[in-house]
Design a protein around this ligand. Structure first.
Ligand SMILES: Nc1ncnc2c1ncn2[C@@H]1O[C@H](COP(=O)(O)OP(=O)(O)OP(=O)(O)O)[C@@H](O)[C@H]1O
Length: 587
């Protein structure tokens, strides 16, 4: 069965990244039923070409067509270099979430998972955490994710990197099985041994031009070298002078001549396989060179990509929220940090502050201000730390899911759904413990309700800021480095240590952008700090009031509105960052 794969064709593709032309004049065809490889030295543009062929990034010039039409996310499988499964989850669970999210049209998620686990020889690993799988098993697991929807074309970025020769040969054998079952397979590789196992090769020169496109068996003779490994050196030395369009010996395969009329026809995404997809010239060649590794279980041909309603926002939100919850509960360290860090901070506050700072008979006006500041900062810190690592640790997974199915709104809503209740708990504990230990004054339920709303909004805004940062950084390490950078201004410009009226103009202006300032002032307003200082028995009350001015005189509603506005702004910015960093496939 070979008729369902997509014919991928590129004609004179050029791609410019960051002002630099990375690909030039690349033309090739990847047929259904074949395994096509993109090879070349480091930085020659393999991944860029793969992304362009997959429809993830449009070419700057030239054309890419899938079955004569524009690339479309439907029927697309894409396995990036990074793992696309959560390491903390058991393999079967991780696949089940992926299956539920992608919703294969013709079978339930559990059936789809069983089928792909069996097809990839991973059934015995179903209950193991993904993080405990070997590199080869994890690579197959990533492919399993893509096979859940029986893609018509499967793109893989360096699937054999990091694998030992036997595991690499086994994986290539598996890819041939997939190709024989009807999927078009296109991969990038560094490994010379992979090239002999493919049906077609496009070898890129260092300047991004195609140095060779065609049958891998003819490649060594073409370059006048003995082995595939020698081709790298030959291309590196001749690369700059190689021009497939000009040098007769580097002409592209004959069928590319027929490509331009096909591109002009510009068939729609629903187009069927072209004539070349019916006859599969490369499959026999592949059979000759395929390694005699263990045969994977049979893989059925490609099917419909997704069931109806797969991308319904509510459905996605529910699946993602369950996955986030399981991730937290499975990862003991994360769970311990989420629950434990607020408890440790509350305990430190209890040890730091003396009781009775708000006592009308023997008050400590500066102590009261510090207690309110640190409560506000505690709410901010909880939210920020909860959000900071949420997205960056799973960005490759989000990027992959976003290609075809994931919506950003439900994704972020799921994060809030799971994390906000824990933040509520942390904020309630903070207020309850400090009140129970007489660090906060006796007051009505409505006053404490208002304090809690202020604290929650401060935490929610900080959570949104943490998520924004997490979406924007390129590495996990950067996210942790951002923690002090985000906290310092919130401490310095909150108006607690240097009252806002005493700041120079620039500091005064900056303080408006600090969520902590609004939370601190709203808490002070809730507990009538100005009134307490004005009528304080302590001689420090009136001078403090003079310094802080009207900081606590406005209604907490103003602080709530600013905090809610900041949270909304940060969420909108996170959506924009994710949309830019995780594009949809197809254009
Ligand atoms: N976002 C980007 N901004 C600037 N330059 C980029 C960007 N992405 C890729 N490049 C550059 O484009 C060139 C091709 O990158 P690409 O990742 O496609 O190469 P590659 O052949 O896959 O490399 P490797 O084998 O090392 O993974 C490299 O020089 C790289 O530095």
């Amino acid at each position: 069965m070979t008729g369902h794969g997509i014919r991928v064709a590129a004609c004179d593709v050029e791609r410019t990244v960051g002002g630099r032309t990375v690909l030039r004049g690349v033309s090739l065809v990847a047929e259904a039923g074949e395994v096509s490889a993109i090879a070349g030295g480091s930085g020659s543009g393999k991944t860029t070409l793969l992304d362009t062929l997959a429809g993830i990034r449009p070419p700057s010039a030239g054309e890419v067509r899938h079955d004569g039409g524009r690339p479309d996310a439907r029927g697309l499988g894409y396995v990036p270099q990074d793992d696309i499964l959560h390491r903390a989850l058991p393999l079967a669970h991780s696949l089940r979430y992926a299956a539920a999210l992608r919703a294969p049209a013709d079978e339930g998620p559990a059936d789809a998972v069983d089928r792909t686990l069996a097809a990839l020889g991973l059934t015995a690993c179903a209950g193991r955490r993904v993080g405990t799988l070997s590199g080869g098993e994890r690579k197959r697991a990533s492919i399993a994710v893509e096979l859940l929807t029986r893609p018509r074309v499967l793109f893989l970025d360096e699937p054999t990197s990091g694998l030992d020769p036997a595991a690499a040969a086994e994986l290539m054998s598996l890819l041939h099985e997939l190709a024989r079952a009807g999927t078009t397979v296109v991969l990038t590789t560094h490994a010379p041994a992979d090239l002999a196992r493919c049906d077609r090769v496009a070898f890129l020169a260092p300047d991004g031009r195609p140095a060779y496109v065609g049958d891998p068996r003819a490649m060594c003779a073409h370059f006048g070298v003995a082995t595939e490994a020698d081709v790298y050196a030959a291309v590196a030395s001749r690369g700059a002078s190689v021009d497939a369009g000009r040098e007769p010996e580097l002409q592209l395969e004959p069928e590319l001549g027929a490509l331009e009329p096909e591109l002009e026809r510009n068939a729609g995404p629903g187009g069927t396989s072209g004539p070349a997809a019916e006859s599969v010239p490369g499959s026999e060649r592949a059979a000759e060179t395929r390694p005699a590794g263990p045969k994977p279980a049979a893989v059925r041909g490609p099917g419909p990509a997704r069931g109806a309603g797969a991308d319904h926002p509510l459905r996605q939100w529910s699946i993602l929220a369950r996955r986030d919850l399981e991730l937290i509960t499975r990862d003991r360290l994360t769970a311990a940090m989420l629950i434990g860090s607020p408890l440790v901070i509350v305990a430190m506050f209890a040890m730091l502050f003396r009781p009775g700072a708000f006592d009308p008979l023997a008050p400590s006006p500066s102590g009261a201000a510090m207690i309110l500041f640190w409560i506000a900062f505690g709410g901010f810190f909880f939210g920020l730390t909860y959000g900071l690592l949420q997205i960056c640790v799973e960005l490759p997974i989000v990027r992959r899911e976003r290609l075809s199915v994931l919506r950003i709104g439900p994704y972020l809503a799921a994060k809030f759904t799971v994390l906000l209740p824990i933040l509520v708990l942390a904020d309630v504990v903070l207020l309850a413990v400090l009140r129970g230990m007489n660090r906060l004054p006796a007051a009505s339920w409505s006053v404490y309700g208002s304090l809690l709303v202020t604290l929650l909004l401060a935490s929610a805004a900080a959570l949104a800021l943490g998520l924004l940062t997490s979406a924007a950084v390129t590495e996990v390490g950067q996210a942790t480095l951002m923690l002090p950078l985000l906290c310092f201004p919130q401490v310095l410009f909150s108006g607690a240590f240097v009252p806002v009226p005493r700041m120079p103009t620039i500091g005064y202006t900056l303080s408006y952008a600090m969520t902590n300032r609004w939370a601190f002032e709203a808490l002070g307003s809730d507990l009538d700090l100005s009134g307490r200082w004005a009528h304080s028995r302590s001689p420090l009350g009136p001078p403090l009031l003079a310094s802080y001015g009207d900081s606590f005189d406005h209604s907490p509603l103003l602080g709530w509105a600013v905090l809610a506005g900041c949270a909304a702004l940060f969420v909108a910015a996170t959506c924009a960052v994710l949309a830019r960093r995780c594009p949809r496939a197809g254009w």
